[in-house]
Design a protein around this ligand. Structure first.
Ligand code: WT7
Length: 653
């Protein structure tokens, strides 16, 4: 897999480290540089600081119980309710008229819910769920686009102690069916349809197909998203959301105190085999960790308007659109949209109109915006922004600089946060007021973490060498297991480097990384993104970051195939149309930076790269295109139309 003696990577050098402006530091939530050390000395009790951000119905007895490691338990004996922590305590604490959610719809609609209004909506729906027979411990599947009813349904479930399993609305009927089945879920909340770009899209037809294919019967609540323009019928066991909620208007439902270790939600994510993995997150540890990281890393304060552009159907949306910000009493902005619909001003227009303080997005979004040009952010007032963040993929220095300059006005610190569905919240990142930034490196581990870069034998590699990104200590937000499959949990994350005989447990989430002499980690990507060329191991990410340094390049994806060597797929910025000159520069640059071994066999130019709906470039598909193989299902793509263009460019190159 990763060759420890292979290509040493150019790590961002210390002299490029940046400090945040003093105005940021003065007002930041976490400013004590001693925090890293304090968490070392006090571990694991340091995590009481996270638990202290919540209100507990019953105090916990033990911070960490490791008797069944790696099935760790946090804050044992404690009881709490997540909906109470995200709503009631703010309503009672004087923030009832403070905005909890600002929603921006696809057609320019907007809605605001104060904490009090959100509380009312959640209570009514919690009562409705109760009437449908949903009880404590029953998994409710939610299949909704980014509309307010999605967080309302999540919090209503949390209120009555029913774990939710949110399935991303863009997934197929087939995927929905597998997830309903796998989660033993008899209840579903969905909608008639929603808008994809300008067009109405029938969601309910997908649901009906999914449910038909199941042996179990699924009680379904349908939100009328599209109104009269789009008629839908309700069959037996299907209920209209508004009718249910109207029937329960004004009802209050007491939040059910849950054991800290009880499941708050399930989140399915894809694994290496076909079967989806149901990642289990808990009520106490997860919520405390989401709140703590939202406070320490995103620097959220109650008076902030925070905008995380992720879809709530993914973990980023769970932790940093819903649970983290609402636990802290912040205003969270959610948008149903795409960065270029109705136009390329969309993101910056929303920041401007809502005076957004903290903006958190994915590198692919930044790269797209960079490609469109700086005039779009330039014509909006972005001066409300205080902090910027990225998540989901490594961000290379060029887009980092562009983000810093053209969105952050050269002032806002940027946090590049590495984490995963399984970690529940941030793990590797700078603390914005404490740690200097190095464009291209995510940062050190958060306080309390033991981040190690290991070779195949599990030994730590020297700085500058690629290795496996592993975590030597548990943390409150970690996944507890895979739903109904403890064995697979052990197999997927704990087998590689742990020493069960010695009771030494090391978590490995599948990424390769390199650390510099200052302990800053640059994530290279999944180990399956590490390619083998002529017996040498190369990171596709590493080659990509070199390509992205070439002027004119907007996006790059590199794949390897045994017979063909390195293939680089590239899209260019507007105004740079001399492809052969760019190709030459790319090849030269790679030879100089990494070595001739990494020189691409082919550079394929495309107007866009194929992406999943969550914005990840589909490298697997590009590998198949490079190898001239028959392509599988491309329905998971956001832009399937691009595939034909790329295939014909490959044939002609
Ligand atoms: C994978 C996890 C966690 C939220 C988003 C996706 C990659 C995530 C970074 C980053 C480099 C990153 C990793 C990780 N990743 N953040 N800042 N730098 N890579 O969650 O779907 O569970 O994906 O996303 O490869 O393993 P996910």
């Amino acid at each position: 897999m990763v060759d420890p003696n292979g290509s040493g990577r150019r790590t961002p050098s210390a002299d490029r480290s940046r400090r945040p402006p003093s105005s940021f530091v003065e007002d930041a939530n976490v400013t004590d540089p001693g925090i890293h050390e304090a968490f070392e000395t006090e571990w694991p009790d340091c995590w009481e600081r996270a638990a202290d951000l919540l209100e507990w119905d019953e105090p916990y007895g033990t911070v960490l119980d490791d008797a069944d490691a790696p099935f760790y338990r946090w804050f044992t004996g404690g009881r709490l309710n997540a909906s109470h922590n995200c709503l009631d305590r703010h309503v009672d604490g004087g923030a009832k008229n403070h905005a909890a959610i600002r929603w921006e719809g696809k057609h320019g609609e907007s809605r605001t819910y104060t904490y009090r209004e959100l509380y009312t909506a959640v209570n009514a729906f919690a009562a409705a769920l109760g009437e449908l027979g949903v009880g404590e411990g029953d998994v409710v599947t939610i299949y909704l686009p980014t509309i307010p009813e999605l967080p309302i349904a999540m919090l209503a479930c949390a209120r009555i102690g029913a774990p939710h399993s949110v399935v991303y609305a863009g997934l197929s009927a087939d995927r929905l069916a597998t997830r309903l089945e796998a989660a033993d879920s008899d209840h579903l909340v969905t909608c008639d349809g929603y808008y994809r770009r300008g067009d109405a899209f029938n969601q309910k037809r997908k649901v009906d197909n999914a449910v038909l294919s199941l042996s179990r019967s699924v009680e379904t609540v349908v939100v009328d998203r599209l109104g009269g323009a789009f008629e839908h019928d309700l069959a037996d066991g299907q209920y209209d959301y508004d009718t249910l909620v109207d029937a329960h208007a004004g009802t209050t439902v007491e939040p059910v105190p849950r054991d800290a270790e009880e499941m708050l939600f399930l989140m399915y994510t894809s694994g290496t085999t076909g079967e989806p993995k149901g990642v289990v997150h808990t009520t106490g540890g997860y919520l405390a960790y989401a709140a703590w990281t939202a406070r320490a890393v995103l620097d959220l304060k109650p008076e902030d308007t925070h905008w995380c552009t992720a879809d709530i159907g993914w973990i980023t949306g769970h932790s940093y659109v819903v649970y983290g910000p609402l636990a802290l009493g912040t205003t969270t902005l959610m948008y149903e949209g795409s960065p270029d619909y109705p136009d390329r001003d969309r993101l910056w227009e929303i920041v401007d109109r809502n005076a957004v303080d903290v903006f958190y997005t994915a590198p692919t979004v930044i790269q797209a915006a960079m490609k469109w040009g700086e005039e779009y952010p330039a014509r909006h007032d972005l001066s409300s922004l205080r902090l910027l963040g990225t998540v989901g993929e490594p961000i290379s220095p060029r887009p980092w600089e562009w983000y810093h300059e053209h969105v952050g006005g050269g002032e806002c610190p940027i946090v590049d946060t590495w984490w995963q569905t399984e970690t529940g919240g941030h793990v590797v990142t700078t603390l914005p007021a404490i740690d200097g930034m190095k464009p291209g490196a995510a940062g050190p581990g958060l306080p309390g973490h033991d981040v190690r870069i290991l070779d195949d034998a599990g030994e730590e590699v020297e700085p500058g060498r690629a290795g496996y990104l592993a975590l030597g200590r548990p943390w409150p937000g970690m996944a507890r297991t895979l739903y109904g499959n403890d064995e697979r949990f052990l197999e997927e994350y704990w087998r590689e480097f742990s020493d069960p005989e010695d009771d030494e447990w090391i978590y490995f989430g599948g990424d390769a990384a390199v650390v510099d002499a200052d302990g800053y980690v640059t994530v290279l990507g999944r180990v399956d993104d590490v390619i083998s060329v002529g017996g040498h191991r190369l990171s596709t990410m590493e080659i990509e970051s070199v390509i992205l340094e070439v002027a004119g390049v907007a996006e790059a994806a590199v794949v390897g195939a045994e017979a063909t060597g390195v293939y680089a797929y590239v899209s260019v910025e507007r105004g740079h149309d001399d492809e052969s000159a760019i190709e030459e520069r790319i090849k030269e640059r790679i030879e100089t930076a990494i070595g001739p071994i990494a020189r691409p066999e082919a550079v394929i130019f495309a107007s866009d790269l194929p992406k999943t709906r969550s914005g990840k470039i589909m490298r697997r598909l590009l590998e198949d295109v490079a190898a001239g193989e028959e392509l599988g299902d491309t329905s998971a793509l956001r832009n399937p139309e691009i595939v034909g263009e790329i295939q014909s460019s490959v044939r002609n190159c």
